[in-house]
Ligand binder design. Structure first.
Ligand SMILES: [Zn+2]
Ligand SMILES: [Zn+2]
Length: 300
């Protein structure tokens, strides 16, 4: 055992925190193609289907000359709502150009979308055309104009997708096998549980279920989990550590981490783990002491 190992334990113990190994494989797996979309959404406008919209909607391309009061006046035609500005808004006095609107009822979102123009690509893009009033002060601009605001709704049915239903018993607990679950981030806003599971199964192997993590409105928070059918696919994904996704909608690098529960125990003793070895032949959680016992004192 290492002589200088004792210095680690004389220091005050930090709060248990999962620290991931930065050792990732040299060859970054990649996926190229059209963003996989469930068949229904390509053939139907979402608002025509039974609406399962999150009350929270993304608005982009907001004209800087529009005030919050004017924007609310338009949005409240479709129901009671509030605007959530990006967090650092206090620093910047200008309108940030994008925000989320949270309606009290999800049917208001369907109502809002009915008043939008639609652009069908692999997904549907919605635009609300806002009437900008002519300027009455200063310059003599008298023209009235319509400006498009991008409206991006979220269908809560896209939060979970079970891929391999046939192979499964109805046992609920089989969907909670953390030993075959990965954590992915940051997800692009257009990525559904269906597209996530399709891409992951194409690259790493059969997927049982994918889930998009959400806030209290059922709206994505930018992370997700994927449960693989077998541990070999799981190990391939964790050993890769990342995946490069380039599709018609976006190009994004996703980090892949093993899903670790809070207070995950060390694989070799009852202590709480704070390290995870990403080596393909290891792939286990360790407390600091067991890590040093098995890997030496080298930094990660
Ligand atoms: Zn241990
Ligand atoms: Zn190891």
């Amino acid at each position: 055992f290492l002589a200088n190992g004792s210095t680690i334990y004389s220091q005050p113990q930090p709060q248990p925190q999962i620290v991931h190994s930065t050792t990732r494989s040299n060859t970054m797996p990649s996926w190229r193609g059209y963003l996989p979309i469930k068949f229904e959404s390509t053939t139907l406008d979402q608002y025509q289907m039974t609406p399962h919209f999150s009350q929270k909607v993304f608005l982009g391309g907001i004209p800087s000359e529009l005030t919050e009061a004017e924007l609310l006046l338009v949005l409240r035609k479709f129901g009671k709502c509030n605007i959530k500005w990006p967090k650092n808004n206090g620093i910047n006095h200008n309108m940030p150009g994008f925000c989320h609107v949270v309606y009290r009822e999800s049917r208001s979102v369907a109502e809002l979308l009915k008043h939008c123009t639609r652009q069908q690509r692999s997904t549907i893009d919605y635009f609300l055309h806002i009437h900008i009033l002519p300027t009455t002060t200063g310059l003599s601009i008298r023209t009235t104009r319509f400006k498009p605001i991008q409206v991006v709704p979220w269908n809560v049915k896209d939060n979970v997708y079970v891929m391999q239903q046939d192979n499964m018993s109805n046992n609920e607990t089989s969907y909670k096998d953390w030993s075959r679950t990965i954590f992915v981030s940051p997800l692009h806003g257009k990525m559904t549980a269906f597209s996530l599971s399709t891409i992951m199964s194409n690259v790493f192997g059969a997927v049982l279920m994918a889930q998009i993590n959400t806030d209290k409105y059922g709206y994505p928070t930018g992370t997700g989990t994927v449960l693989f059918c077998d541990s070999h696919s799981y190990m391939r994904a964790v050993a890769a550590g990342a995946i490069d996704i380039k599709c018609d909608c976006f190009h994004k690098l996703l980090d892949i981490d093993p899903f670790l529960r809070e207070n995950e125990p060390c694989a070799f003793c009852p202590l709480i783990a704070d390290l995870f070895c990403r080596n393909f032949h290891c792939l286990r959680s360790y407390c600091k002491q067991c890590w040093i016992n098995r890997h030496g004192s080298k930094p990660l």
